[in-house]
Design a protein around this ligand. Structure first.
Ligand SMILES: Cc1cc2nc3c(=O)[nH]c(=O)nc-3n(C[C@H](O)[C@H](O)[C@H](O)COP(=O)(O)O)c2cc1C
Length: 210
C-alpha cells in the first residue's frame, strides 16, 4: 500500500486535495435541503454531510460550510426554523447537482434548475417533487465548529413521506428500491446494491445473516 502522509497531501493543488479528503470518509447520503427565506422565496441546495444523530428523539444533523461559502440554507433555517431533506433519485440527479452552483440571493434554485416545489398542508417549506423519500424538520440547534468555521445543524424530524411499499415489516426503509443515491467526494454519485443483512450482533455468537 502507498503511504500518503498529511504533508504530502497538503502539498497538492487545492482541488486535488479536496477531492481526496472529501472521498476518504466514504460514500455519503446525498440529499437536497429546501428552505424558505423571510420574504417567502424558496432555496434548494445539495448536501451530503448528513448524519443520523439518534432515533428517540428522532434527530438528524448536517454540516454547513462556513457562511461565506454556503450562506443561504443556514440563514433561512435560523430565521424560519423549518426545512426539508429530500433524497435524490437518478431521474433528476443532474438538476440536483446543479443546485450546488452559487446562485445569487433572490434566485430560487428550484426554478433555476427546473425542480418542482411540492407544498404539503401544514408545513411551511416545500419538498422536492419526484424525490422518493422526503422529510420535514424543525431546527433544534446550530452548533458552530470554531476549528474550521463550519456549523453542525441539528433538526427534529416532524414528518416523513415515502411510498409505504418500501417500508419493511420491521421498519427498515428499502432505499435500494427507492433509488436513493449516494455521493462520493464533491461531484461523483452512485446507486447502491444490497449486499447483506445481519441479526443483532452479540459477543457470544458469530455474525449471522438474517
Ligand atoms: C455532492 C455535493 C455535496 C455537498 N455537500 C455539502 C454539505 O454537506 N454541506 C455544505 O455546506 N455544502 C455542501 N455542498 C455545497 C453546497 O451544495 C453549495 O455550497 C450550495 O451552494 C449551498 O447553498 P446555500 O448557499 O443555498 O446554502 C455540496 C455540494 C455537492 C456538489
Amino acid at each position: 500500500m502507498t503511504h500518503f502522509p498529511i504533508d504530502r497531501i497538503a502539498s497538492w493543488d487545492r482541488f486535488q486535495r479536496a477531492h481526496f479528503i472529501n472521498s476518504l470518509s466514504g460514500f455519503k447520503p446525498v440529499s437536497l435541503i429546501a428552505t424558505v427565506n423571510p420574504e417567502g422565496m424558496s432555496n434548494l441546495g445539495v448536501f451530503s454531510n448528513i448524519v443520523h444523530l439518534g432515533a428517540d428523539p428522532a434527530l438528524v444533523g448536517f454540516v454547513n460550510r462556513p457562511r461565506e461559502a454556503a450562506p443561504h440554507t443556514i440563514r433561512n433555517i435560523e430565521a424560519g426554523r423549518y426545512y426539508t431533506i429530500n433524497h435524490i433519485h437518478p431521474d433528476f440527479l443532474d438538476r440536483a447537482h446543479q443546485t450546488s452552483a452559487k446562485y445569487p440571493d433572490g434566485v430560487s434554485e428550484f426554478a433555476a434548475v427546473g425542480l418542482g416545489e411540492e407544498w404539503k398542508a401544514g408545513f411551511p417549506v416545500p419538498f422536492v417533487e419526484g424525490s422518493p423519500v422526503q422529510y420535514g424538520l424543525e431546527l433544534a440547534e446550530v452548533m458552530p465548529i470554531p476549528l474550521n468555521g463550519t456549523y453542525f445543524v441539528i433538526g427534529r424530524i416532524l414528518h416523513v413521506f415515502m411510498d409505504e411499499r418500501i417500508v419493511g415489516a420491521d421498519g427498515l426503509i428499502d432505499l435500494y428500491e427507492a433509488g436513493s443515491m449516494v455521493s462520493l467526494g464533491l461531484d461523483a454519485y452512485g446507486t447502491v446494491m444490497p449486499h447483506a443483512r445481519f441479526t443483532y450482533a452479540k459477543p457470544d455468537r458469530p455474525a449471522a445473516l438474517v
